[in-house]
Design a protein around this ligand. Structure first.
Ligand SMILES: Nc1nc2c(ncn2[C@@H]2O[C@H](COP(=O)(O)OP(=O)(O)OP(=O)(O)O)[C@@H](O)[C@H]2O)c(=O)[nH]1
Ligand SMILES: [Mg+2]
Length: 301
């Protein structure tokens, strides 16, 4: 289908897949703006996050989701439920897999769930920079035997290979219609959310074992001092046990300082101002198992 200036397409696309296939990295690359945090660890994303791609002849509204997996604790069950809720509010579903692995049984769980939605399905084969052309061809050949994918896109969120074709292909599949959101809007998430997530990303990158999965961040203060070109931010990191609090603070506060510095540098770039960031750590015993806290931290409505 050719596009011309008088035809405008708009609609919602759910990005689903097992953890760590690169859903959030793909969203950021499509937008050309980092709105979703990404780490090499699975189960990074905990919320649905809207990312809006504005084009002269289309508005593509992507919804990034937590990785669908076999959830073992209450927080993870909430994350998976959040991911699956996307099927009730989108026009298209973009199933994402990793090229080097091909279709794993964990991907098949996602594909079966996506099929059950009866929505049109697309397949994004991500991370093609990490494998051979023949492996990608093999996946493209196998895909139609697994689900009725309308379109298949081999892409790399890192090298941007295949992204223009993906954006164009999706645009042409969306119904004709006006933009839903103002053209300067790129996400539905607040600045406070982006700040909390940036800090959480640095925690996930600097910690190991259970700590990345036991941490939550809430922003207590977000104040602009325009005269000084300064943002004053205070945030609290909640962990599950006293022992974790000790680890995250580190010897003489070194780890907390590293997390704070990395987050501050990224936030200064994002907001284009100087940032004064203070971090506090507190313990809420087993918060990932308590519905009250899961709600409090915004992982469930
Ligand atoms: N080489 C390469 N790495 C990629 C690509 N896309 C994502 N990654 C890496 O894969 C890892 C996981 O990326 P994420 O975007 O956090 O994955 P996700 O699917 O959102 O993961 P969850 O939020 O945990 O479900 C990160 O280390 C990314 O840098 C790609 O196209 N090529
Ligand atoms: Mg993610």
């Amino acid at each position: 289908m050719s596009s011309n200036q008088n035809i405008h397409h708009s609609g919602f696309i759910g990005i689903v897949g097992r953890p760590n296939v690169g859903k959030s990295t793909l969203l950021n690359s499509i937008l050309g703006e980092k709105i979703a945090i990404t780490t090499p660890k699975p189960q990074t994303t905990r919320n649905r996050i809207m990312g809006i791609k504005n084009l002269p002849d289309g508005q593509l509204i992507f919804i990034d989701t937590p990785g669908i997996h076999e959830a073992k604790n209450p927080l993870n069950r909430v994350m998976v439920a959040e991911a699956k809720a996307v099927f009730s509010s989108v026009d298209l579903v973009m199933v994402t897999i990793e090229a080097p692995c091909g279709f794993l049984s964990e991907d098949m769980v996602v594909i079966e769930t996506a099929k059950a939605s009866n929505l049109p399905l697309l397949l994004a084969i991500n991370k093609i920079d990490l494998t051979t052309e023949s492996k990608v061809k093999e996946i493209i050949k196998e895909a139609p035997t697994l689900a009725p994918f309308c379109l298949i896109f081999p892409v790399s969120a890192i090298t941007r290979q295949g992204l223009d074709a993906l954006i164009d292909g999706i645009k042409n599949m969306l119904p004709r219609g006006p933009a839903y959101f103002p053209p300067d809007m790129i996400t539905d998430r607040t600045e406070r959310f982006l700040v909390a997530e940036t800090i959480r990303e640095k925690i996930m990158l600097h910690t190991h074992e259970e700590l990345p999965y036991s941490s939550a961040v809430s922003v207590d203060t977000f104040k602009e001092d325009e005269q000084k070109n300064l943002l004053i931010i205070a945030a609290t990191i909640t962990v599950e046990r006293e022992s974790q609090k000790k680890i995250i603070i580190g010897r003489q506060g070194t780890l907390l300082k590293k997390i704070g510095t990395d987050a501050r540098i990224e936030l200064e770039k994002f907001f284009g101002t100087r940032v004064y960031l203070s971090l506090f750590v507190r313990v809420r015993h087993n918060w990932t198992r308590a519905e009250k806290w899961i709600k409090e931290f915004g992982y469930k409505n």
